[in-house]
Design a protein around this ligand. Structure first.
Ligand SMILES: [Zn+2]
Ligand SMILES: [Zn+2]
Length: 325
């Protein structure tokens, strides 16, 4: 019997014994080296995720080693795992739009996740990692891939004035990836601790109330209806707004008149595809810059519930779990 961090129902996180993994055709066991906790996990733990069921083992941002061989890779290979499971049959999947599958599910939400020493994943979701990339650092591939895709879809280029709204882990990673792409980046964040953390990462923070329509590209990493009403105020006429954060299902207020008057381009970005994952692995392996500094600390599984409390209270940016300990 092994242990895992689970959603115990209600708003309770618990570390407890978890059921043995049932083998599935086309899936492979992975020994987890590191699993990151993020806002989506907090969402599940708040009972707000529509698909998650109590008892689910969390952990969808992870890296580890194959516990058994696949057709292509020997046991022990260091791997990143794309946690998203696509149906392969819906209209989006048939069009190759892998990020918007109509029946998207995920390891760590719908299937037992990586906040436990071992997990089970689709073989096709496994990416062999370069031996030079430390596995702990590879725990950031998933959120970095989100940022890479957001920046790529934004179309921003060197010298562009880019503004990121929200300095959570994704906002900070988007800012850092945009900086590396040569953009002149500012970040707005009302929570002082988060603004300080962004500044410590080398991001230039500005007053969230001082919204100037001067930015070629604005990336909204908040998902907060309070922000959406005025987020277009940051975008220059003819500029682009990218919706990165997940908003609640109830449509939030949004300035469509300004979209029309100022001919703004508004686009969405969701998770990542192969090229984003490959780019994130390369970034972390070859030239990570300040990206690894988004990690506040790495903790053993025994401290996972305390880690969740710190994330809920905004006392930490990104916490990684080592589920073997
Ligand atoms: Zn996540
Ligand atoms: Zn599909």
């Amino acid at each position: 019997m092994s242990r895992g961090l689970v959603w115990a129902g209600g708003t309770e996180a618990a570390v407890r014994d978890v059921p043995a993994l049932e083998p599935r055709d086309g899936w492979v066991r992975v020994d987890v080296a590191v699993a990151g906790l993020c806002g989506s996990d907090l969402h599940v733990l708040a009972g707000e995720h529509v698909r998650a069921r109590p008892g689910i083992v969390l952990g969808h941002e992870f890296a580890g080693r194959l516990a058994e061989a696949t057709t292509d890779l020997p046991a022990g290979t260091p791997v990143f795992v794309d946690p998203q499971v696509r149906c392969g049959r819906c209209d989006a999947c048939r069009r190759g739009l892998r990020t918007v599958c109509a029946a998207l599910t995920a390891v760590g939400i719908d299937y037992p996740g990586a906040a436990s020493p071992q997990t089970l994943v689709p073989v096709e979701n496994v990416y062999a990692l370069p031996p030079s990339l430390e596995l702990t650092r590879a725990g950031l591939v998933e959120p970095v891939a989100v940022a890479v895709r957001a920046v790529r879809r934004s179309g921003l280029g060197p010298g562009d004035r880019v503004h990121v709204v929200g300095a959570g882990p994704i906002g900070c990673l988007v800012g850092l990836v945009a900086q590396r792409a040569g953009a002149d980046v500012t970040v707005a964040e009302p929570a002082p601790a988060r603004a300080d953390a962004a500044a410590a990462l080398g991001l230039r923070t500005v007053d969230p109330a001082d919204r100037r329509p001067e930015h070629d590209v604005v990336l909204d990493a908040t998902g907060t209806p309070r922000v959406s009403a005025s987020v277009c105020d940051w975008v220059r006429p003819g500029g682009t707004l990218v919706v990165v954060g997940a908003y609640p299902p109830q449509p939030p207020p949004f300035d469509l008149l300004r979209v029309m008057f100022a001919e703004l381009t508004v686009l969405g970005t969701r998770i990542y595809d192969h090229e984003d994952i490959h780019a994130a692995i390369e970034l972390l392996d070859r030239d990570p810059g300040r990206v690894p500094d988004v990690v506040t600390r790495t903790v053993p599984l025994a401290d996972a519930v305390a880690a969740v409390a710190d994330l809920r209270a905004g006392r930490a940016m990104k916490i990684l779990l080592d589920p073997k300990e």
